[in-house]
Write a protein that binds this ligand. Sequence first.
Ligand code: NAG
Ligand code: NAG
Ligand code: NAG
Length: 367
Amino acid sequence: MGVLKVFYFSSFLFSAVYAAQECSTSVCGTSGFAIRFPFRLQGTQPENCGYPGFNLRCNSQGVIILSLPYSGEFFVRSINYGAQVINLYDPFDCLPSRLLDFNLSGSPFMPSYYQNFTFLSCPSALTRSRFTPIDCLSNSTHTTLATSSITLVASMTMCKIVATLPIPVSWPLQYDEGFSSDLNGDLHLTWDVPNCVDCEANGGMCRFQSSSSQEISCFNDPQAGKNKGRTNFRIMSFFITIPAVVCVITLAIFICFACPRPRWGRTNAAWQNPTPAAVTPETATVTQGLDESTIESYAKVVFGESRRLPGPNDITCPICLSEYNVKDTLRCIPECQHCFHADCIDEWLRMNGTCPVCRNSPSPAHA
Ligand SMILES: *[C@@H]1O[C@H](CO)[C@@H](O)[C@H](O)[C@H]1NC(C)=O
Ligand SMILES: *[C@@H]1O[C@H](CO)[C@@H](O)[C@H](O)[C@H]1NC(C)=O
Ligand SMILES: *[C@@H]1O[C@H](CO)[C@@H](O)[C@H](O)[C@H]1NC(C)=O
């Protein structure tokens, strides 16, 4: 079991270092934002650095381009990795003309909502001063309007209906009776798969587990901007943990064979209640593991069919990096709500009294 854990830790380290080298973040021209998993800059980053459907290109002007299978090329304004939103705009500055023939089939992206809009072509003389026209679809004699208001469409008897179709929107307008929109904002699209929301929220980054794998995992990347210090510390602590784990296991094996039994049961009073004389200033500052009764006092949960967990958790155990299976027993640390396989975290807490994700020390109140 212990040897297995050491293996897990070292394979975790190896793959994190491997992936960090292979898939460093990329930038395109002066556009100023990083391109990284699930996106990939074609021609710069290897294929396994991005998720299928998330390929981007960089043009000679340094603009990032996303190609949608049935709707052509859009320029990328920005990407929000934490919220999983990509903001697009039309290279020719006429998004409404693109929305008239918009189809997201075959791409991983979708809008937050669709809302039906009717496009109207009206005589310019009648409409210009009263409504917000779509300038790029209007000329001196005909003005194009778009509206989600059925009453407005019904009242505009002098206009010709061009089309009524679902338009991707961030938020459906509820009280827009009588108004028209020029639909000229950026197009905000989201994606569900791969889901890295929790990983990003915890300062990590998703990647494929290895160069040949299609499974994704959350890694704590030393390049992760604002969390740099914290993640460096975590990686360092793993480097320190491996020799420490080996030492502890060796020591434990030695003690098991060298000492007369029974000594190490849960009822050992000296272990649970050290006498005041035994607590010297040195021993008080050394990081120690928790005793069994403290560990046992932390809530256990059984991973259910809903495949959801409370708090800042995704469905992968941060210690062994395998996904939870339904009916797995997990244990959550009360202070920070981080959950793990019970077997994994119990072993960790026996050696180290802090949460392996956020380094919070469970408070003595729980002892
Ligand atoms: C989008 O394009 C696909 C492939 O051509 C087609 O099957 C689908 O019906 C289209 N969807 C819409 C809403 O036009
Ligand atoms: C848009 O209109 C179509 C047909 O007119 C209707 O089936 C669909 O439910 C409408 N969508 C929304 C979001 O209102
Ligand atoms: C203005 O656009 C309409 C169609 O929207 C077209 O029929 C008309 O010929 C155009 N007029 C001019 C002056 O370009």
